[in-house]
Ligand binder design. Structure first.
Ligand code: HDD
Length: 681
């Protein structure tokens, strides 16, 4: 934990459950000190092991039971602790305490995840990312269980098992792992056309984020905010990352999957360890109750965004992630989120996807965490008192003293007692419902292509290219021509340009349908309009003995001042000696590092680098160049760029050509990618 960090209420609670084993005596679980832990009890030194060996049996049995079922979706995830603070009281909209008291910091625990892959799968695959936040408020836990994409594939929760089955590895051969590029996923998409909008998002750069720190988060559904007069407003929740929303490129993402399957968790862990705390602002889009039907989409439909230009995002607070987990199993694996964990001042809408989720999350924890007492696991405990008449079950921790575990009672003065709404008791919003019981979809949910087209219209040219490439890749991996054809036909409703590209790439006949006539765009959807900063970017300096110490010092100082992280790459580990005799520690060798691990490269070289060094350096630089990344080169290394025909190209900064080289290179790093660069020649 950072030294200047004040423990939150949650930290203090967790501290009571935290155990440090270092320096302690080894005991059994019953506290018996053991004299021996390396040899089982045998009948003779060369004889069989005896059943009497309780220590062996206890140790082995515990090990045999160490695993629990992984999450059925979102199995691969990583978490951090932090704090949330609201900027201004939101009394007009909600009575939730943590959204009104500006002096209060609310402890939070956030888990980021991929959806499709198993617990051990790679993190940079193309997928939706989960973004779950547990606020430990004084009025109970509030869980915002969202994604990094603001819409969903389906409109009704009853289809969720179908969606998950379609995207998971195909059952007959267990392939592919953590990927949507296969027949059953695209067969599902084509035959459930409400998925069109989200499929566009998943195939866009949003499907391959650069970092958990550079991802938006969305509550997706429409919720309600309730104020102290009992008035309701519809709301959508947003997390806006302070570093902006940024992505990998596909070739880079695939290579990262092999070079560092832990790329995203390492990035999160390291940034928190280095004190560069990830920050996200909370945003609210609010619609008045009387405006429910004022839009050209149904606000209960989870496949629709509320365009930010029409319904602005009001920024209301900030979350800072400032403490890494102490134990991945105890915290990241055992945390249980639930969209139904709410506090007074927040309520549900009738979105049929949300309504179904309200059942599924408790149910899944019962099998995953083994029984009904998972709320007692330290990471899940509220920081406020909790009392009721629930008792017993597997692994019950609390010792509930007393005779009474029922209501109504007279023996305990009818306690635990309920709390009237005026005093903070939760009461469901009194929505009036007058309807037939029916299994059907509302007609207002049946426009599947207008917003998919809105998304397409909102993309910049490079973003459109990426979407076309992603569809071409994914459909190229589909083996069944009839599925490819159905997808080509389906996306002709969104864009002929896109559909024709998929047809071309897969050798499929072009579609005959007409595309959506929507011309509207929402600039807020394009990542080109996000924040660009060198902060949080990782710059690799390729250097050898005799490197130009002045050049390295001035570039590193400038970049560090702007918040970038600098790491040194060379042929061998240890230390390099610069032109002025100063030393520089090597962080990666050409063997252990990789071009894809960096956002930008600075080629510095050194004195008399040999051919193998130059070969490796050029390989690193060429790959960064092909991924559109900023590249800088001092005089000593400029020849490597020339040799690969990379000098004099957008985003390539040469010391010889720049009046202020550190500044010019830092500016290039702030631009992140140079899409205008022709990487073909
Ligand atoms: Fe879900 C996990 C997000 C629809 C059923 N979901 C899960 C997690 C996230 C989401 C972030 C991981 C939580 C964690 O880190 O532990 N899910 C969403 C979003 C949805 C959504 C944003 C649509 C807007 N989910 C959804 C539906 C259902 C589920 C419609 C079922 C009716 N989701 C689950 C689950 C999981 C889960 C099976 C698996 C592990 C868990 O709950 O705790 O119950």
């Amino acid at each position: 934990m950072a030294e200047n960090r004040k423990p939150t209420k949650k930290d203090e609670q967790l501290e009571k459950y935290t155990v440090v084993d270092k320096g302690k005596k080894l005991t059994t679980n019953t506290g018996l000190k053991m004299a021996e832990d390396e040899f089982s009890l045998k009948a003779g030194e060369r004889g069989p092991t005896l059943l009497e060996d309780f220590h062996f049996r206890e140790k082995m049995t515990h090990f045999d039971h160490e695993r629990i079922p992984e999450r059925v979706v979102h199995a691969r995830g990583y978490s951090a602790h932090g704090e949330f603070q609201v900027y201004e009281p939101l009394k007009e909209f909600t009575k939730a305490g943590f959204l009104n008291d500006t002096s209060k910091t609310t402890p939070v625990f956030v888990r980021f995840s991929t959806v499709a892959g198993s617990k051990g799968s790679s993190e940079t695959v193309r997928d939706v990312r989960g973004f779950s936040t547990k606020f430990y408020t004084d009025e109970g836990n509030y869980d915002l269980v969202g994604n990094n994409i603001p819409v969903f594939f389906i409109q009704d929760a009853i289809k969720f098992p179908d969606l998950a089955h379609a995207v998971k590895p195909e059952p007959h051969n267990g392939m592919p792992q953590a990927a949507s590029a296969h027949d059953t996923f695209w067969d599902f998409i084509a035959n459930n056309q409400e998925s069109a909008h989200m499929a566009m998002w998943a195939m866009s750069d949003r499907g391959i984020p650069r970092s958990f720190r550079m991802m938006e988060g969305f509550g997706v559904h429409t919720f309600r905010l309730i104020n102290d007069k009992g008035e309701s407003h519809f709301v959508k929740f947003h997390w806006k990352p302070v570093l902006g929303t940024h992505s990998l490129v596909w070739d880079e993402a695939q290579k990262l999957s092999g070079k560092d399957a832990d790329f995203h968790r390492r990035d999160l862990w390291e940034s928190i360890e280095n004190g560069e705390y990830p920050e996200y602002e909370l945003g609210l889009q609010i619609i008045k109750e009387e405006d429910e039907f004022s839009f050209d989409f149904d606000i209960l439909d989870p496949t629709k965004v509320w365009p930010e230009e029409e319904i602005p995002v009001k920024i209301v607070g900030k979350m800072t992630l400032n403490r890494n987990v102490d134990n991945v199993f105890a915290e990241n694996e055992q945390v249980a989120f639930h969209p139904g964990s709410i506090v007074p001042g927040i309520d549900f809408s009738n979105d049929p996807l949300l309504q179904g989720r309200l059942f599924s999350y408790t149910d899944t924890q019962l099998i995953r965490l083994g029984g009904p007492n998972f709320h007692e696991i330290p990471i899940n405990r509220p920081v406020c008192p909790f009392h009721n008449n629930q008792r017993d079950g597997h692994m019950r921790q609390t010792v509930n003293r007393g005779q009474v575990s029922y209501g109504n009672n007279s023996l305990a003065d009818n306690t635990p007692e309920t709390t009237p709404p005026e005093e903070g008791g939760f009461e469901h919003y009194h929505e009036r419902i007058d309807a037939h019981k029916i299994r059907a979809r509302s007609d207002s949910f049946k426009d599947h292509f207008s917003q998919a087209r809105l998304f397409w219209n909102s993309m910049s040219d490079p973003e459109k290219e990426h979407i076309k490439e992603a569809f071409s890749f994914e459909l190229g991996k589909v083996g069944e021509p009839s599925v490819q054809k159905q997808v080509v036909d389906m996306f002709a409703n969104v864009s002929r340009e896109l559909s024709d590209t998929i047809a071309e790439a897969t050798g499929t006949e072009k579609a005959v349908g007409t595309e959506s006539q929507v011309t509207k765009a929402s600039p807020a959807l394009s990542q080109e309009n996000t924040t660009f900063t060198p902060s949080g970017r990782k710059v690799g300096i390729i250097a050898a003995d005799g490197y130009n110490a002045d050049a390295v010092r001035s570039a590193a100082e400038k970049l560090r001042a702007e918040g970038a992280v600098i790491e040194v790459i060379s042929a061998k580990g240890g230390e390099l000696t610069g032109s002025d005799g100063t030393k520089l520690g090597v962080d990666h060798t050409f063997l252990t590092g990789e071009s894809v691990l960096f956002d930008a490269l600075l080629a510095v070289g050194g004195k008399d680098t040999d051919r193998p060094f130059q070969h490796d350096a050029r390989y690193f630089l060429l790959e960064a160049f092909q991924h559109f990344k900023p590249i800088g080169a001092t005089k000593d290394a400029a020849a490597w760029l020339e040799a690969e025909n990379m000098n004099d190209r957008p985003g390539v900064v040469l010391e010889d050509n720049a009046a202020d080289f550190p500044k010019a290179f830092a500016e290039a790093v702030a631009s992140h990618r140079f899409w205008g660069r022709d990487i073909m020649n």
